[in-house]
Design a protein around this ligand. Sequence first.
Ligand code: KIV
Length: 269
Amino acid sequence: MKITDFYNYKKPGRKISMITAYDYTLAALAAESAVDCILVGDSLAMVMHGHCSTIAATVDMMALHTAAVSRAVKHKLVVADLPFLSMRKGLGPAMEAVEKLARAGARAVKAEGLDGHGEIISHIIGSDMPVMGHLGLTPQSVNKFGGYKAQGGDPASAQHLTDQALELERLGCFALVLECVPEMLAERITGLLKIPVIGIGAGSFTDGQVLVLQDMLGLYGAPPPFVKKYMDGRRLVVEALNNFDSEVKNQVLPERGPRVVSGAAAQGE
Ligand code: KIV
């Protein structure tokens, strides 16, 4: 899937699937799958590094994981998150962040929020680096929100989110992630925008869905409540590890073959 396909998919109602990937091995599996698009999300700070929020993600951390993912993904769009504060230190640092992610292999960046950095988003797009917007429960704003709380629940904030979504489209974003907003609001915004809206915890009327790979595989300990698990990954991995452990301790592994005699013994000395 290329950037240009995003517009083409919206009109006929062809849904878009996006999944996160943070390392070479799982990214190679995502590349092999039918999933449309790969996101190197800043949730890697939590899933890969054990931090309690995405605020810990840095540009260097994002670039390292983007490079690993890009080595595995050749024929799908790789989008990388601009991490916390990377758009709030002025245009120069923001463009340096974009450059690092682009040189690491990202073909587009995702930017959370809009208020206060619309001009920077516009400059990034004007520099030919495509931008995916991200509104609703933007995790980088968890401290402002006072926790991981659904957004857009009252008329004023629903209107503000709608205005922001329209503004991101006007600035030239090629797609929008809407996270944890009421289904009816997500449906309304999806209907208003010409660019595709990719939902996460935002109901079933968006143009596509995104999930964190470790969440949907059941590997991460604390996924958000809306996540559908497609595999009981933790159980499967722990079971495999316990099998290995028991085979080592019971001397089942390595399997015994004929004894290899080498050195002096082999020469009959
Ligand atoms: O970082 C992330 O995981 C995200 C989500 C939208 C999946 O941004």
